[in-house]
Structure formats: C-alpha cells, structure tokens
Design a protein around this ligand. Structure first.
Ligand SMILES: CC(C)(COP(=O)(O)OP(=O)(O)OC[C@H]1O[C@@H](n2cnc3c(N)ncnc32)[C@H](O)[C@@H]1OP(=O)(O)O)[C@@H](O)C(=O)NCCC(=O)NCCS
Length: 228
C-alpha cells in the first residue's frame, strides 16, 4: 500500500467526533479554546449538514505500518450559506455559530469552509489537497458558486512586526513569501479577495485572516440548484 493509498477520505461518522476534537487541539495550537470545535459540535454536524464534512482516515502509521482501527488524521468541514462578497466582514466565531453551524442554509449558494486540518505527522502527502477536492466535488454536485472561507495565516506571526496583514498577504500572493496555509490554498485554485481583521481569536496572527474563494467553473448560474 502506498502512503497515499493508506489514507481514505470518508463521510463524517459519530465515532470520529472525539478524535476530531483532539485533532483540533493539535492543528490549531494558537487558537483560543472557545474557537476550536469539540466532539459535540461534530455530532451536531451529522444532524445539520453531514454531506459538508469530510474526514481523512489513515490505515497506516506515518512509517507505513498497518493500523487497525484506522486513525482520524484530517478534517474538511463546512456548510451552505448566502455570502455577500460586497460585504464580506465577519468573524470565525459568528459565522460558524460557535461551532454549531446554526447558520447553515439548505438553499445557500456558497459552501463556507469552516475548517481544513491535517495532523502534522501526515502533512505534505496530498491529504489537504484531497480534502479540498472533496469539497469542490460537493460544490459541483450541489451546483454551488464555490467555496468561501477565512483562511488562517500561520506564517504571519513571523512577519507581523515588519508588515501589515495586507502587505504580507500580497507578498504571499506574489510568491515573494510563502505561508504554510495560504500558499497551499493558492496552489489549489483559491483567490484572495482581501483580509479579515479580528477574524480569529489567535494571538500569534493578531486575529488576521485572508478572505479566500474558489469559484466553481461548472456553476450553472443559479438555475436548477438542489437543496441538501
Ligand atoms: C494547511 C494544511 C491543511 C495542509 O495539509 P496537507 O495535507 O499538508 O496539504 P497537502 O499535502 O495537500 O499540501 C501541502 C504541501 O505538500 C505538498 N505535497 C503534497 N503531496 C506531496 C508529496 N507526496 N510529497 C511532498 N510534498 C507534497 C504540496 O505541494 C503542498 O505544498 P505547498 O504548501 O508548497 O503548496 C495543514 O498544513 C494544516 O492542517 N495546517 C494547520 C491548520 C490550518 O492552517 N488549516 C487551514 C485553515 S484555513
């Protein structure tokens, strides 16, 4: 089994919930505890919009040794929303309703990306990209406009004393700087529409985030949308 074959992207199931809670702590060490999702949130997502959450399961340890049961190593979660790109200011906590996805709109024409995260031991082997691909396939299936999200800027902490968030993001977009998260998102077809102030309770990045979108090239323009 190759390293890529050893990881499956699967729909959310109840037993994943406590493992996803632990994954949040590992993947978002700088985020305030109140902004990390917990097991009860993931169980609730099964009621609200189960199609919107994808879980990466590893059938092998990082060194390739077989694992049974599989290990939860990645998450891509989100919900449907009407998003006004002309008035994009929002915070992470309010849009995800404290993790409950209470603003999920079954007729919303955007997928709001609440979270993509991969365990550090499993990064840089394409799992994050596969989670984005799963979301893109969902957007095509539901005929949504695309994905909109506030993007974490983990590399900004090292530059915030010299650069504004706008200047940092512009340098990452231009390729002059590389950000562990934003550079990867740009390579996966996202575009930056701006920056969001006080988006996250994240002292390292002083709360700044990017506003990113991926536009579904197959979106029909609104005709024949299906609800889910
Ligand atoms: C952002 C994150 C989800 C990326 O996950 P990942 O599984 O490492 O993503 P990928 O492997 O698809 O891509 C990461 C890099 O590995 C590279 N890569 C992919 N497969 C590879 C392979 N087989 N060998 C070597 N490199 C590989 C990709 O080209 C990419 O490079 P880039 O960053 O220079 O573009 C992960 O770093 C993470 O959890 N970060 C912390 C949480 C976070 O910030 N989440 C985003 C919130 S908006």
């Amino acid at each position: 089994m190759s390293r890529a074959d050893a990881v499956r992207i699967v729909p959310l199931e109840g037993w994943h919930a406590p493992h996803l809670e632990a994954l949040q702590v590992t993947c978002f060490p700088n985020l305030a505890a109140a902004e990390r999702m917990r097991a009860e949130h993931f169980l609730h997502h099964l009621e609200v919009f189960p199609e919107g959450t994808f879980v990466a399961l590893a059938d092998a340890a990082p060194d390739g040794a077989p694992l049974s049961p599989p290990r939860v190593v990645g998450l891509g979660s989100g919900f449907r929303t009407e998003f006004d790109l002309d008035h994009p200011d929002h915070t992470f906590g309010e849009i995800i309703d404290g993790g409950w996805f209470g603003h999920h709109d079954p007729h919303g024409d955007w997928y709001y990306g609440a979270d993509v995260s991969v365990h550090p031991e499993y990064r840089r082997r394409g799992i994050g990209g596969r989670l984005y691909d799963a979301r893109k396939a969902l957007c095509r299936h539901l005929d949504l406009r695309g994905i909109v999200a506030g993007g974490a800027l983990p590399g900004f902490a090292h530059h915030k004393h010299a650069l504004s968030a706008e200047a940092y993001v512009a340098d990452v977009v231009a390729g002059a700087l590389s950000d562990p998260t934003l550079s990867m998102q740009l390579r996966h077809g996202f575009e930056v529409l701006g920056v969001l102030e006080a988006y996250l309770d994240d002292a390292a990045a002083d709360g700044w985030a990017s506003l990113i979108v991926w536009r579904n090239p197959d979106w029909s323009g609104g005709a024949g949308r299906s609800a889910a």
